[in-house]
Write a protein that binds this ligand. Structure first.
Ligand SMILES: [Zn+2]
Length: 161
C-alpha cells in the first residue's frame, strides 16, 4: 500500500492509484471526464493544471504490448477525441503526452496542455517536471482550482454529448 497526496491535500492509501480511480473507489477532482469499457479519463489528481487529462486503462497492466487489439483501437480513438475536445473547448494549441511503463500505478497517459507560462521552464521534456511542481506548489489557489473544475466540466460535456 502506498500513501498518495491528492491535489486537494487529502491523503489516500491504495495499492494502485489507477485501479482505485478507474474502479471508482476514489473519485478524482471533478469526477469522470469520459470513460469507455476499457479506459477512464479524468483530471490529474495531483496537479491543478486546466485540461491536464489522464487516460488510464481499466485493466491493471503496465506496458504498451499488454494492450489487447480492441484496447489499442479504443486508446488511439480516445486520445484523439480528448485532444480535439481540449482544442475545441479550451483552445489548447499544443499538448505534451507522457507515459512511463515503470509506473507505481498502472497504464496511464498524461495529456499535458502547453500554456504560455510554461515556457519559462523551457521547452520539451525537460520542462515537464518543473511545470508540474510549479502548478502543485503555486497554483493551488481557490480561483485556479475553480478554473480547473470548470474546464473538467466543459470537457466532460463536450465528450459526452
Ligand atoms: Zn492498477
Amino acid at each position: 500500500m502506498r500513501k498518495i497526496t491528492l491535489s486537494n491535500g487529502k491523503t489516500v492509501e491504495v495499492a494502485c492509484l489507477s485501479c482505485a480511480i478507474t474502479s471508482n473507489l476514489i473519485e478524482p477532482d471533478g469526477g469522470i471526464v469520459f470513460e469507455t469499457e476499457y479506459f477512464h479519463a479524468h483530471q490529474d489528481v495531483a496537479y491543478p493544471i486546466k485540461g491536464l487529462i489522464i487516460l488510464a486503462s481499466k485493466r491493471h497492466i503496465k506496458c504498451f504490448d499488454e494492450l489487447t487489439e480492441i484496447e489499442k483501437i479504443d486508446y488511439i480513438q480516445l486520445l484523439s477525441k480528448i485532444r480535439k475536445a481540449q482544442r475545441d473547448v479550451l483552445g489548447i494549441e499544443y499538448v505534451y503526452y507522457f507515459y512511463n511503463e515503470d509506473t507505481t500505478h498502472h497504464f496511464h497517459t498524461w495529456m499535458l496542455p502547453r500554456y504560455d507560462w510554461m515556457y519559462e521552464f523551457g521547452r520539451s521534456v525537460e520542462s515537464v517536471r518543473p511545470v508540474l511542481l510549479y502548478a502543485r506548489n503555486k497554483m493551488n489557489t481557490k480561483e485556479n482550482i475553480q478554473e480547473v473544475l470548470d474546464a473538467i466540466d466543459s470537457l466532460a460535456k463536450e465528450l459526452n454529448k
